[in-house]
Design a protein around this ligand. Sequence first.
Ligand code: 8IG
Length: 273
Amino acid sequence: MTSIDDTDPFTLAEESAARLAELTGVARHDVALVLGSGWAAAADQLGEVVATVPSTDLPGFRAPAVVGHAGTVRSISVPRQGADPLRALVLPRTHVYENHGVRAVAHGVRVAAAAGCRTIVLTNGCGGLDRSIPAGSPVLIADHLNLTGASPLEGPTFVDMTDLYDPQLRALARSVDADLPEGVYAQFRGPQYETPAEVRMAGVLGATLVGMSTGLEAVAARHVGLKVLGFSLVTNLAAGVSDQPLSHEEVLQAGREAAPRCAALLAGVTPLL
Ligand code: 8IG
C-alpha cells in the first residue's frame, strides 16, 4: 500500500477506488455521501447496505480521531421508483484539525470521483448565527467562506467556484422539504470553537453557519467535476449568539435528537440524485 505523502493524490484515489470495487463487489458508484455530526444515522434509512469496509483497508484513508465519527466506507443500494437502484457510497471524513494535511481532507472526495460518482452530498453539524434557525434545524448550504487559510488544490489550479453548491440540487432538496432554510457556511480550521468575536466577524462577512469541514471538500469536489449538495445541521448556536457555552457532548446530544429529521431529508433526496 502506498502512503498519502509520497504518491500523486489522484493516483492514490484511483488505487483506493479500485480496492473499494474489489472489497465491495460494486464496480462503480453513482453518488457519495459524507455524513457529519447528526447525519450518520441517516445511512441506515437510505437502503440496503451491500458492503461495509473499514476505511483503513483502503489506501489513503486515516483512522478517525474523534469519538462519534465513523471509520468505515459503506456501499448502499438505494431503491428508486422506475429505475435501477442508485449505488451510494458513504465515506468517512478527515478534518483539517486532525493534522494529516489537505490531501487527507480531500481524499474521500477524490475516491468518490474515481469510483464513478457524479454527485456528492456533504453534510455536517455546525454552529448557527441566526437565532431564527434553532438548534436541531437542517440548513441547505448555498455557498461558503473558506476561512481555513488552506486549499485542497496544489499548484496553479484555478478552478471556478460559481454555483459550487449546485442550484438545481438545492431546488431538488427544497422539493423534498419546502421549509429548508439556506445559509452561507464559514469553515474555520478548528479544533477550538470560535470566540464570540470570530463569530461576529463571520457574521459581518456573510456567514450563517460556522463549522470545521465541508468547504475544502466542496472545493476538491468541484475540481474533479462532482456536483455538490451540502447540508448543515445546526447543533448549537455559535459562541456568543446564545449565552450558553459550547460542549462536544451537547453537540452530540443535539445531533442525536435531530437525527430522525436529517435521516428523513436524506432518504427523500438521495433517490432523486
Ligand atoms: I457540531 O459552533 C459544531 N461544529 N466551528 N463552530 C464550529 N464548528 C462546529 C460548531 C461550532 N458546532
